[in-house]
Design a protein around this ligand. Structure first.
Ligand SMILES: O=C(O)c1cc(C(=O)O)c2c(n1)C(=O)C(=O)c1cc(C(=O)O)[nH]c1-2
Ligand SMILES: [Ca+2]
Length: 691
């Protein structure tokens, strides 16, 4: 007999059917914990690749697959959807929403997608250009599609939808560029809008005809003052965490950073700016406001609170509390009461220097002197920076060990005060309100190495009751990837250099490691078919860490998107898909020094995708190695002729003048020459060592 399709009862009781992974974080609690234990510390030596599927996209892969009754549904970059037989890996169907390539420049942090939601025989995907689509789960045929954003503005969708009581919830992104963030709920059958909640006030304090009207006008608007937010929308984009709390029939949303980032330019250095950087609880039926807790008042650093939220119960001082666990970008681990949003405790889970602690009485951070760089008019060397101490990489919580497993990253950034800020509505342009030099990247190989040394990833097991680290696996580089915890006393985490690694959940001892060809940043999941347990993860390096933190990139690996599924005694063989790295492409031609330095400033247009300071992770081509670099006509055909527009490279005609495009080429050639010299020096040094 065919199984009942995914419905409210099955989703609410998802923990009772661990063979399936029916919603983004495993169950509505989103703990990414599975009690399955066939794969355990004793059997794990036999864990081998069972099957794999190659996507028809490269770039960053951040999806967590769903598995429902033997069928896996996953997404790739560019919001494509794939269905596989979860036991054999046979591709059942795929769906390409055909996102126009030039929308790639609207995505701050790669053209990623974090997965689908399932409900009543359909799967739902949010597309990078802001659509929400319902597909027939059997055939992949489009059932309905609705545009959820104003597509004339740089809105994106990268997050996974969630289905709650027959409504599909979806957020959006764009707070580096300038949009007004919101969550929408659509009828799962028809695609009709049920409710919408904006994260920032209407600039004229008018009703939007949305569920957010009353609270924004009565409570939030007064926390904003004159500034650029009235033009930009203020940000607050809920681009990842949306969880359904069955205990209180409420949806809890993690909200995004402000736009511009600078509080001064955004809101005249006044007001808390609700609901930026907050946990926000809404009535699941109506979207009406219930409570909020703002983790980063007067947001100023791109400190989003969109990071994954885990719902649980903890015994704290003899009292059972329905709590949520949260490790947002700002570096503090928060335990919050789900009943009313009251802060229970907060401690830094890694190195943090922007605040010395959280005042438990007021719930507010105790900011460090200098952190408000617009007040001191100096730069502030911050830990964390905009990468966050923890980003979207899913964390996990095991009820068996009581530990939360956090993919921690320590990445500093020097925020530089910018006296002048002018909002640019031009597509593809970040509007952060902080000085462009902040993103200039390393100026030399030695500078790059210094930054790399300051930049680290770690897998941290955190005791939420004692607010203390239980154990830590320190990685050698910025090795952030999502986490899965299982009843087999195991924690799985990938690495950007292509491994999947398992540790004991109680002590953090490495017990298994598998080497593939593609960097892994997504979170693994687990399921069972025919009595066999599988662990699956999508592979494909990318996202913000790859595009923006070249000082920390992994060694060169394959750049195809893949889904990998493992089981005990699996017998699949993965073909090597690595591509050789092209050598630096240095033409004879030289330019005057002024042209090169003008090009360096103009390169700001390119940095968000091609890497700060031209240091690229090769997810998007390293321009220093581009075959186009040495040929002006080819370079121009791409930059001004749109030759690679469908691959995601925008046509810059009308936005960058032809002579400026040439100045950028002059700068990149200069950097390519530097790279060639650095590589030659490194080779000579290696030779000398070998002798
Ligand atoms: O402000 C936004 O709207 C927004 C959106 C996104 C996104 O949708 O991916 C990211 C961020 N911000 C961001 O700040 C960030 O660090 C980030 C990392 C990633 C990623 O996929 O690696 N996305 C995003
Ligand atoms: Ca952001």
């Amino acid at each position: 007999t065919p199984a009942t399709p995914v419905n409210a009862a099955r989703l609410a009781a998802a923990a009772q059917e661990p063979a399936n992974w029916m919603t983004h974080g495993g169950t509505y609690q989103e703990a990414r914990y599975s009690p399955l234990d066939q794969i355990n510390t004793r059997s794990i030596a036999r864990l081998k690749l069972a099957w794999y599927g190659d996507f028809d996209t490269s770039r960053g892969q951040e999806s967590t697959p769903l598995v429902i009754d033997g069928v896996m549904y996953t997404t790739s970059s560019w919001s494509k959807v794939y269905a596989y037989d979860a036991a054999t890996g046979k591709l059942l169907w795929r769906h390409d929403p055909k996102v126009p390539g030039d929308r790639g420049a609207d995505a701050c942090c790669d053209v990623v997608n974090r997965g689908v939601a399932a409900w009543n025989g359909k799967v739902y995907v949010g597309t990078l250009d802001g659509r929400l689509e319902a597909l027939d789960a059997k055939t992949g045929k489009l059932v309905w599609s609705t545009v959820t954003v104003d597509q004339t503005r740089p809105y994106t969708i990268t997050g996974a939808p969630r289905v709650v009581k027959g409504k599909v919830l979806i957020g959006n992104g764009g707070a580096e560029y300038g949009v007004r963030g919101y969550v929408s709920a659509y009828d799962a059958e028809t695609g009709a809008l049920a409710w919408r909640f904006y994260m920032t006030p209407n600039p004229e304090n008018k009703p939007d005809g949305a569920a957010s009207d009353a609270i924004l006008m009565s409570k939030a608007y007064g926390t904003w003052h004159d500034g650029a937010w009235k033009q930009t929308g203020g940000g607050g984009t809920p681009w990842d965490a949306i969880v359904y709390d069955t205990d209180f029939d409420q949806v809890i949303i993690g909200t995004g950073n402000g736009n511009p980032w600078s509080w001064e330019h955004r809101s005249g250095s006044k007001g808390d700016n609700l609901f930026l950087g907050s946990l926000l609880a809404l009535d699941a039926e109506t979207g009406a406001y219930k409570w909020h807790y703002q983790e980063t008042p007067s947001e100023n650093w791109d400190f989003t609170s969109t990071q994954p939220i885990i719902l649980t119960e903890l015994t704290l001082q003899g009292r059972q509390r329905k709590a949520l666990l949260h490790a947002p970008k700002n570096g503090f681990f928060y335990v919050v009461d789900r009943k009313d949003g009251a802060l229970i405790s907060a401690e830094p889970f890694t190195t943090v220097n922007w605040a010395t602690g959280i005042d438990l009485k007021t719930g507010r951070p105790i900011e460090a002197p200098g952190a408000r760089y617009e007040r001191t008019k100096k730069s502030f060397w911050a830990m964390p920076g905009p990468f966050g101490s923890h980003n979207w990489h899913p964390m996990a919580f095991s009820p068996k060990t009581g530990l939360t497993y956090i993919p921690v990253q320590d990445v500093p950034l020097d925020y530089n005060y910018s006296p002048d800020f002018k909002y640019s509505p031009q597509r593809g342009t970040w509007n952060t309100g902080i000085e462009a030099t902040t993103f200039a990247g390393p100026g030399s190989e030695s500078h790059r190495r210094l930054l790399a040394m300051q930049t680290r990833g770690a897998l941290v097991a955190w005791d939420a009751v004692r607010q203390k680290e239980a154990w830590r696996v320190q990685h050698g580089n910025l090795a952030s990837a999502g986490v899965l915890a299982t009843g087999g006393n195991l924690v799985f985490q990938g690495t950007p250099d292509g491994r999947l690694v398992a540790y004991t959940a109680d002590t953090g001892r490495q017990v298994w490691s598998w080497q593939g060809f593609d960097g892994i940043i997504a979170g693994a999941m687990t399921y069972a078919v025919g009595g066999e347990q599988y662990v699956a993860v999508v592979a494909g390096f990318g996202g913000s860490n790859a595009l923006h933190a070249p000082f920390a990139v992994a060694p060169k690996v394959g750049l195809h998107g893949r889904i990998l599924a493992f089981k005990l005694d699996g017998r699949a063989v993965l073909p090597d898909n690595t591509r050789p790295l092209l050598p630096p492409n240095v033409p004879e031609q030289t330019w005057p020094a002024e042209t090169v330095s003008r090009g360096a400033a103009l390169y700001g247009h390119c940095a968000a995708c091609h890497g700060f300071g031209t240091y690229a992770a090769n997810v998007i081509p390293d321009l220093r190695r581009s075959p186009m670099l040495s040929v002006k006509s080819a370079w121009d055909a791409v930059v001004l002729g749109g030759a690679l527009a469908d691959k995601g490279m925008p046509n810059w005609t009308g936005r960058i003048a032809a002579e400026d495009v040439e100045a950028i080429r002059a700068y990149v050639v200069d950097r390519a020459r530097q790279l060639r010299d650095d590589e030659a020096a490194a080779q000579a040094a290696a030779k000398a060592r070998d002798r």
